[in-house]
Design a protein around this ligand. Structure first.
Ligand SMILES: [Zn+2]
Length: 309
């Protein structure tokens, strides 16, 4: 409401009766909105007709949304490079670029996923000694200088972490020592008037991680693999507690969706663009992306959007 309208209404003495609370809330929300992001994760693109159709449907849907500032890719862009030949990895990245070139007009920021790393599950010496082994190939394709970085939009800082580290013929979810000291520094130098959103491919806090497998252990214990939840979650939670500017943490990886509020931070796990790796829904969650509104006052709103393939 404009100030002069307010004064006129107030002068008429009928303000309480005239103002429609719904309209008034909507106006306040749009005034307070600062950044709008489409969060896409676990696209797992592969050169098949169904995956192509699905990825195009997701991108078309994102382009029907209003006022998007940028797209955040939560990782696992391609189906798999962990255990795939050079030719197969090349074909997946070519497909990725072709579809994006044809369908996308937004700026993208990327987060690396475990499946984007080449050869961690391979013993072939030629692959392991290749200059593109591990994360290097994905970094080149996604034009990323580093696997972790930060940027600011309006009064929000976005910190993108690199969750997956090579481990025992596979991977483990944690940040390494170098990234840890960078993160400490990045948080320490953030002005207190900025709000912070942290993005990691693998969740730091999530109940989805416990529901990924179908069964508990024989003795009833829940089973959460080192590949499904950050193993350094306790240390990260303690670090985050020093910075009340941290409002939310976003992740993908699990292909399930949840929202967990823990110690003043909202943790969102955002499903998968590919759903069940391009085979319908995964445990009841259809292929989806998330729309996030980051508000001026530090609050965050998420809407999950699915699309017909
Ligand atoms: Zn993943």
């Amino acid at each position: 409401m404009k100030r002069n309208t307010f004064l006129k209404l107030a002068a008429l003495g009928g303000l309480a009766n005239v103002v429609n609370p719904q309209i008034s809330t909507a106006t306040n929300l749009s005034k307070r909105k600062r950044v709008r992001m489409a969060f896409v994760s676990d696209i797992h693109i592969k050169p098949t007709e169904h995956a192509e159709k699905g990825f195009r449907a997701a991108l078309k849907s994102i382009h029907t949304q209003k006022e998007i500032d940028f797209v955040m890719n939560g990782g696992d862009s391609i189906m798999d490079a962990l255990n795939a030949s050079r030719e197969k990895v090349s074909a997946q990245w070519e497909f990725w670029h072709r579809i994006l070139k044809e369908e996308n007009t937004y700026t993208w920021y990327h987060c690396l996923g475990n499946h984007d790393a080449w050869g961690w599950q391979m013993k072939d010496a030629a692959v392991r000694n290749d200059a593109m082994f591990g994360k290097k190939w994905a970094l080149k394709e996604l034009q990323m200088e580093k696997a972790y970085y930060a940027f600011t939009q309006k009064n929000w800082k976005f910190i993108v972490l690199d969750s997956a580290q090579e481990n025992n013929g596979g991977y483990i979810a944690r940040i390494d020592a170098e990234q840890w000291s960078w993160l400490e520094q990045e948080l320490a130098q953030t002005p207190v008037n900025l709000h912070i959103c942290i993005v990691s491919h693998i969740p730091i806090v999530s109940f989805c991680s416990a529901l990924f497998s179908d069964k508990n252990e024989a003795n009833g214990d829940w089973r959460i693999s080192r590949a499904l939840l950050h193993v350094d979650a306790r240390q990260l939670i303690d670090l985050f507690a020093k910075y009340p500017m941290i409002k939310c943490c976003l992740s993908g990886h699990i292909h399930l969706q949840d929202a967990v509020h823990f110690k003043g931070i909202q943790y969102y796990c955002n499903g998968a663009v590919s759903g069940n790796w391009w085979n319908g829904s995964f445990k009841g969650f259809a292929p989806a992306y998330a729309l996030f509104d980051f508000m001026e006052d530090g609050s965050v709103h998420r809407e999950l959007v699915s699309y017909t393939i």
